[in-house]
Design a protein around this ligand. Structure first.
Ligand code: HEM
Length: 502
């Protein structure tokens, strides 16, 4: 009897293993069958992602870029065949010309378990995305940006003071990343919630608790986030979330506290996101059966993604820019001279939105930093309609990733791409994507909605810091990136020595 059961069990296991083997062989032969160059052999379960959580995406994508120079190549993220695009010409089709076939992102978080993660502008799918994008765009008009720039300047002055008291007076090197997180957190507190708080000045703020929670890249948090982006099917099985429960609760509480306060006092703030979202909710055209929950979650999701989008990316860019300047004294002095000249010409103590836009070398330093260290290395799109380009056919359902890092390190466009040379961008403006060879903010209808806000935030802080201080390196030139974070961020503190300019 026992032998019969054992034999049956063994038979079932054997059949399962054979089915699994055949399924894997079939899946992992997808690209070869289509004549698409397939990179290194996929590993069972992981596909081409066995490096996850051991190596950062920045480092992994750098390695792919050095090895595979074709216009595109095939990979497997888990079992899913994914196409990685190196060619700026093909990128133009995916992002802009054939947007009809690539309207949504591939990354996904479940609606029921993670409404803020699935309904925010970054992850939400069409048709809701189209409506949201149109409704939220007025948040970034030039008039509003000028107002935000004044606030960013006030916070940059606080940043300069904090550097003086904590580091110059104590003769300590600075870890700028943490200070930049505080600076961007103070700014978003006002632009999203209309509250004037300052962790830089007071050591604590309600937004700072949210920031610390959202951007704590532990192993598990990193794994959750990575799988949502690259293997969403696994993320769905394990119900992984874009925002942690604590971050979601913090955002909800702060949002509704602000709304209650406005109802109670009758005071509103016409420039912040809460105000825009409340108006948007009143005009939303949602299916009748969706109830008020969907509308509320849609508002909260936008607030949450603004916080995430505006803090990590800008603070990382600022940190890498200061790091490069500290290792490039000549470029640093040139930037100092250009900013000083603009200050003198303006007759002001602090440069405003328009003055800052005029400083070509400031733009060049920021663009070159974004080229060398794009915070987002792969732009994801899900193909929703069969797409053809030359010999390539992409089936509906296939994820396509534009290799921003690969495009930014193309030696034909940027000779010696490992070198940081602001001169490459000396005549570039914020609207210039160098014929799709410069994509740190993405492109096409789904490009970064906060691009001008992000650039302004970086300009304000950098201009005030360079006016007051001189930087020298206190850590090695090569910065190790954090393997737990999908967005580029340094693994360790990048210390910089600072000296007051007389
Ligand atoms: C240095 C600063 C920033 C960088 C490098 C950056 C980068 C990006 C990139 C690469 C994308 C994807 C674009 C695409 O797929 O084509 C994106 C999307 C997005 N970003 Fe940013 N970003 C920055 C600042 C900001 C700021 C300040 C905000 C908010 C105030 C923001 C909010 C968003 C949102 C909501 C999306 C989704 C847009 C959509 O799908 O319609 N970002 N960003």
């Amino acid at each position: 009897m026992l032998t019969a059961i054992t034999q049956l069990l063994l038979g079932v296991i054997l059949i399962c293993l054979s089915a699994f083997y055949l399924f894997s062989r079939h899946r992992y032969g997808y690209w070869k069958k289509r004549g698409v160059p397939q990179v290194e052999e996929p590993v069972l379960f992981f596909g081409n992602l066995p490096f996850l959580m051991r190596k950062s995406f920045f480092d992994a994508v750098s390695e792919w870029t050095k090895k595979y120079k074709n216009d595109y190549f095939g990979m497997y993220f888990g079992w899913t065949p994914a196409l990685v695009v190196n060619s700026q010409e093909l990128a133009k089709h995916v992002l802009v010309k054939d947007f009809d076939s690539f309207q949504n992102r591939f990354s996904y978080s479940g609606l029921d378990d993670d409404p803020l993660g699935s309904l925010n502008l970054f992850s939400v799918k069409n048709p809701i995305w189209g409506q949201m994008r149109t409704d939220i765009s007025p948040m970034f008009t030039s008039a509003r940006l000028k107002g935000f720039a004044n606030l960013m300047n006030t916070n940059s002055t606080e940043l300069v003071k904090r550097v003086q008291t904590d580091f110059i007076d104590n003769k300590e090197p600075v870890d700028f990343k943490k200070l930049f997180l505080m600076y961007t957190s103070d700014t978003v507190a006002y632009t999203v919630f209309g509250i004037r708080v300052s962790v830089l000045k007071e050591g604590m703020s309600p937004l700072w608790s949210i920031t610390c929670n959202m951007l704590k890249w532990t192993f598990w948090r990193g794994l959750e986030f990575t799988l949502i982006f690259f293997v969403p099917v696994v993320a769905a099985i394990f119900k992984f979330k874009f925002f942690s429960k604590e971050a979601t609760d913090y955002v909800k509480k702060l949002f509704w506290d602000v709304v209650e306060e406005r109802k109670r006092t009758g005071l509103t703030n016409d420039t912040d996101l809460v105000n825009l979202l409340l108006k948007l909710k009143a005009n939303l055209k949602l299916p009748a059966e969706s109830g008020t929950d969907l509308a509320d979650n849609l508002m909260l999701a936008q607030a949450a993604v603004f916080i995430l989008g505006s803090i990590e990316t800008s603070s990382t860019t600022l940190s890498y820019c200061i790091h490069e300047l500290s290792h490039h004294p000549e470029e640093q002095e040139k930037l100092y001279r250009e900013v000083s000249k603009a200050l003198e010409a303006s007759g002001k103590d602090i440069l405003d939105y328009n003055d800052l836009l005029e400083i070509k070398y400031l733009t060049a330093c920021i663009h070159e930093t974004l080229r060398k260290y794009p915070p987002v290395q792969l732009l994801d799109r899900a193909c929703n309609k069969t797409f053809k380009w030359k010999d390539l056919t992409v089936d509906a359902g296939t994820p396509v990733y534009i290799n921003v890092l690969g495009i930014h390190y193309n030696e034909k466009v940027y000779p010696q791409p490992d070198e940081w040379r602001p001169e490459r961008f000396i005549n570039s403006s914020d609207n210039d994507n160098n014929d799709f060879n410069f994509l740190p903010f993405g492109e096409g209808p789904r490009f970064c909605i906060g691009k001008r806000y992000g650039m302004t935030q970086i300009r304000c802080a950098l201009a005030q810091l360079i006016t007051k201080y001189r930087f020298e390196p206190d850590s090695p030139y090569k910065v190790v990136s954090d393997p737990y974070s999908v967005l580029l961020t340094p693994k360790h503190d990048t210390k910089t020595k600072i000296f007051a300019r007389s």
